[in-house]
Write a protein that binds this ligand. Structure first.
Ligand SMILES: Cc1cc2nc3c(=O)[nH]c(=O)nc-3n(C[C@H](O)[C@H](O)[C@H](O)COP(=O)(O)O)c2cc1C
Length: 349
């Protein structure tokens, strides 16, 4: 009902209204089915089930308790940049309803690091695990310094940090995925992380990648990630590709495409990264998860945990519960006692 009503509003207004309702507890709490089969973990973070909320929905941590009440097992806030920024001019978010997809060119609109820190300092620690996704300001002179500033500011306040080098909406950002630039960025972040940990186990650092990398670039990225000791990968962000299924009127709309048309591409990439990293790195699978079968396919392609965003726009508050129930049945049907037993089975490794 609420989901249908929101569909009548322009997409960004609907998003604002959904966050408002979530913040005020106006969305019913949903308890996903609990089953020992569904328990999983990534980077030492234990989860009752694998499905978390992807970055970009709650950029400023405005509605964290409400999002956990929808049943997500973890939530990633951000992308945050050191200084607040308005993002791109509107319209910058487009619904492709028949395709269960979105195109967005938000451009890291966010309240900035200090505002996010203030919200996270007030938060009830019961609402966890919580990740923060970090980026660079559009006009950053030294993007590496921007990432380091965000890491330092958020380190104590979250359970993991996701490094976003894959948004298509900040010019030049994706170039940070190139071997030399990535090595420099990860070197700086891992050094900062070790210093902050002061001899203790450092907070996990995950790298969120684009689905549009060329095969050689994927191999080079996996090599740098392993050599630098990144704790995990988030596969993947939105795509700049426009498959045939995208209606003609949206083909030339710049931005990242998410939802159902991203499913196959991001799941195949997940499988490639499982192989490239020899199954050694935890992978979070994201891109086009709408139902339990999609979640199951990502686990079989090598994911330890999952995230979604776009399906929430179309499928409403019972979504997490439905997907998790379906996933549990699919694991049971195939005779898996634990989710981890199904991890990577489709990759032939
Ligand atoms: C409107 C919108 C805004 C997004 N903003 C961010 C962001 O700030 N940072 C980020 O890492 N990913 C962002 N994403 C990408 C999602 O986190 C996710 O990787 C992508 O949408 C694929 O998952 P989905 O098909 O389930 O939506 C955004 C996606 C959408 C639709």
């Amino acid at each position: 009902m609420l989901t249908r009503a929101l569909q009548l509003l322009p997409p960004e207004s609907a998003h604002g209204a959904a966050l408002w309702a979530l913040r005020r507890g106006l969305v019913p709490a949903v308890t996903p089915p609990s089953s020992p089969r569904l328990a999983t973990s990534f980077c030492g973070i234990d989860l009752a089930h694998p499905l978390g909320l992807a970055a970009g929905f709650d950029k400023n941590a405005a509605a964290v308790p409400g999002l956990f009440r929808l049943g997500f097992s973890f939530v990633e806030v951000g992308t945050v940049t050191p200084r607040p920024q308005a993002g791109n001019p509107r319209p910058r978010l487009f619904r492709l309803r028949a395709q269960q997809a979105l195109i967005n060119r938000m451009g890291f609109n966010n309240d900035g690091l200090e505002a996010l820190r203030a919200r996270l300092m007030e938060r009830d620690p019961r609402w966890s695990p919580l990740g923060a996704n970090i980026g660079a300001n559009r006009d950053a002179k030294d993007p590496v310094a921007d990432y380091v500033a965000c890491l330092r500011g958020l380190y104590e306040l979250v359970d993991y940090v996701a490094i976003n080098v894959s948004s298509p909406n900040t010019p030049g950002l994706r170039e940070l995925q190139g071997q030399a630039r990535l090595d420099e960025l990860l070197g700086a972040l891992i050094e900062a992380c070790s210093a902050l940990a002061g001899g203790n186990r450092a907070r996990p650092l995950l790298l969120k990648i684009a689905p549009d990398l060329a095969p050689d670039d994927e191999a080079a990225l996996a090599e740098v990630a392993l050599a630098r000791g990144v704790d995990g990968l988030i596969v993947a962000n939105t795509t700049i590709e426009r498959p045939q299924i995208v209606p003609r009127r949206y083909r030339d709309e710049p931005g990242g495409l998410s939802g159902a048309p991203l499913f196959l591409k991001s799941t195949e990439q997940l499988g490639r990264f499982y192989r490239l990293t020899g199954g050694k790195l935890p992978l979070i699978g994201v891109g086009g998860i709408l139902r339990g079968a999609d979640a199951y396919a990502k686990i079989r392609a090598g994911a330890s945990a999952l995230q979604l965003y776009t399906a929430l726009i179309y499928r409403g508050p019972r979504l997490v519960s439905r997907i998790i129930g379906e996933l549990d049945r699919l694991l049971e049907l195939d005779g898996y006692a634990r989710l981890g037993d199904a991890r990577g089975v489709d990759t032939g490794t």
